[in-house]
Design a protein around this ligand. Structure first.
Ligand SMILES: *[C@@H]1O[C@H](CO)[C@@H](O)[C@H](O)[C@H]1NC(C)=O
Ligand SMILES: *[C@@H]1O[C@H](CO)[C@@H](O)[C@H](O)[C@H]1NC(C)=O
Ligand SMILES: *[C@@H]1O[C@H](CO)[C@@H](O)[C@H](O)[C@H]1NC(C)=O
Ligand SMILES: *[C@@H]1O[C@H](CO)[C@@H](O)[C@H](O)[C@H]1NC(C)=O
Ligand SMILES: *[C@@H]1O[C@H](CO)[C@@H](O)[C@H](O)[C@H]1NC(C)=O
Ligand SMILES: *[C@@H]1O[C@H](CO)[C@@H](O)[C@H](O)[C@H]1NC(C)=O
Ligand SMILES: [Fe+2]
Length: 458
């Protein structure tokens, strides 16, 4: 186990408060991808692979099960049953819709998406895919019924990729055994880091995350590495591989695009936004969010959580202020509706903000300093999954007053919602054992208990 000595810098930065820049800096070792052959397809003729699941409706009674078959389109269904009812006559089937796509000279295999509906809450289900000796079996547990004091634990992972560091992040998360659903902040496979956006990397990524995502839902948010725009090779349809491979229940929240949508799960209302789709006034995303926020019922789902890829508050030299335009458009609503937490990825480091807002911004007057605001969310940047691009180890000096804690390490976080007022949050760097937390804080709900929080970081 690592013993870390943390030096605390209290920066007197004009304002009488300052955050902590952890003295621990991960060595900027190259982040080399795990070779494709280390992610072989499962054995057997036409064996189903790249199995992944996500919530399939607004309230958690459905699950979208997705998988890929390499040679034949059949069988096009998932067989499922309650785990404690092994007898055959209780087995059900859900049919898949099946898609394929081409990307430059790559042709995808058969990509299946089946929505299992009318599940019972809080119940373990088994499911099988494939046929004959190539059948593969998995399981998942449905969430409890939506309600204000339902405890539930989310994992937080961003910018994962498929390197040794990515594998450490995912293994570390799985080893804790605590997470029930992953909130994934975007940037999946990094296929676009390869010539012609080598889409086989989308396949190897699907095989890589199966050990988690076949058994627990990931809530998907799209990042810039999902754009796959390459007009030089004739690829002009944005998000093409991503939209074929990862389906989300966007229609259930009256969204018109899979890139922004919302779900309710246990005691949380989760809103997913797209940093790389239009969001200014009159655009579909703007209109959707404007309608969506007043619908959030804090008596039903006290925890209001927003996911996006590009952070609105970030004090790293990497991608500095890329989220600024979205901040100007959406931040007033986040404060008005008392969003609890905003999670983002994109910057390959870890950072947590104070509760601040900067909604007085007025270009004419030039006032542009964030101020403490108890109605504002905490902004967490967790693009530290450990992908091919390496660590973002260059923070802006001095640490701005809005930044509470920042560290250039790879890791993941856990958000353990306890009830309508309290949620326990921990961030875990890859090189520590799971018992160690690099950043710990009790979050208090902005609607039910808007008290100021205090953190401890080690
Ligand atoms: C599955 O069965 C077929 C024929 O019945 C056989 O050729 C094949 O090797 C088997 N595959 C596995 C993975 O056992
Ligand atoms: C696609 O084209 C590139 C460049 O010509 C080549 O290296 C690669 O092997 C091709 N891939 C397939 C699947 O044909
Ligand atoms: C990921 O890490 C686990 C645990 O160390 C290891 O068993 C597995 O082989 C690794 N996966 C790859 C593809 O290297
Ligand atoms: C909000 O949720 C509570 C608890 O489920 C319910 O009693 C109430 O009617 C809901 N309010 C609205 C406006 O739907
Ligand atoms: C911005 O500041 C100017 C000058 O004080 C004022 O006239 C204007 O109303 C302000 N605009 C907004 C949107 O607050
Ligand atoms: C909510 O959870 C916190 C932390 O576990 C606990 O201290 C508090 O008493 C709980 N509140 C209620 C009303 O149970
Ligand atoms: Fe990104």
């Amino acid at each position: 186990m690592w013993r870390l000595v943390t030096i605390l810098f209290l920066l007197l930065n004009g304002v009488c408060e300052g955050g902590i820049t952890s003295s621990y800096v991960r060595k900027a070792a190259p982040s080399i991808e795990i070779p494709k052959k280390k992610f072989p397809p499962p054995p057997g003729y036409n064996a189903p692979e790249q199995v992944h699941i996500t919530q399939g409706d607004y309230t958690g009674k459905s699950m979208i099960v997705s998988w890929v078959t390499p040679l034949e389109e059949q069988p096009k269904y998932v067989t499922y049953w309650e785990a404690d009812e092994e007898n055959d006559n209780k087995r059900n089937r859900a049919r898949s819709i099946t898609t394929t796509y081409r990307y430059y000279n790559y042709s995808s295999d058969y990509i299946h998406h089946a929505t299992i509906k009318r599940l019972k809450y809080n119940t373990k289900y088994m499911y099988v895919l494939g046929k004959g000796n190539c059948t593969r079996k998995f399981w998942f547990t449905t969430p409890p019924e939506v309600g204000p004091d339902v405890p539930y634990t989310f994992g937080l992972i961003g910018d994962l990729g498929q390197t040794q560091a990515s594998n450490q992040t995912l293994e570390h998360y799985l080893a804790s055994g605590k997470g029930q659903t992953v909130l994934f902040l975007g940037d999946f496979s990094y296929a676009d880091a390869h010539p012609f956006h080598d889409n086989e990397k989308w396949d190897t990524f699907g095989r890589f995350i199966e050990k988690s995502n076949a058994y627990e839902p990931w809530i998907y948010c799209a990042g810039n590495h999902e754009l796959d725009l390459a007009p030089e090779i004739g690829e002009q349809v944005l998000f093409k591989p991503y939209k074929h491979r990862y389906h989300v229940p966007y229609r259930a929240s009256q969204s018109t695009s899979p890139l922004w949508y919302s779900i309710k799960r246990a005691s949380a209302h989760i809103i997913v936004l797209s940093s790389y789709s239009a969001f200014s006034i009159y655009t579909p995303q703007y209109r959707w969010l404007k309608e969506e926020l007043p619908k959030v019922n804090r008596s039903e789902t006290p925890w209001l959580i927003v996911l996006m890829h590009s952070p609105m508050y970030n004090s790293n030299n990497y991608h500095y202020k890329e989220g600024e335009t979205m901040r100007v458009v959406f931040e007033p609503w986040f404060v008005k509706y008392k969003v609890d937490l905003v999670f983002a990825g994109h910057v390959h480091s870890y950072e947590r903000s104070e509760r601040v807002s900067n909604i007085q911004y007025n270009i004419t007057e030039g006032i542009s300093s964030p101020i403490k605001d108890p109605s504002a969310p905490v902004y967490i940047t967790i693009g530290d999954g450990g992908n091919i691009e390496g660590i973002a180890d260059s923070f802006i000096e001095h640490q701005p007053s809005y930044s509470a804690f920042r560290e250039a390490s790879f890791g993941h976080a856990l958000l353990e919602i306890k009830n309508r007022t309290h949620a326990f949050y921990t961030w875990h760097r890859n090189q520590d054992s799971m018992a160690v937390s690099g950043d710990t804080i009790w979050f208090y709900n902005r609607y039910w208990f808007p008290k100021e929080e205090s953190s401890s970081s080690t």
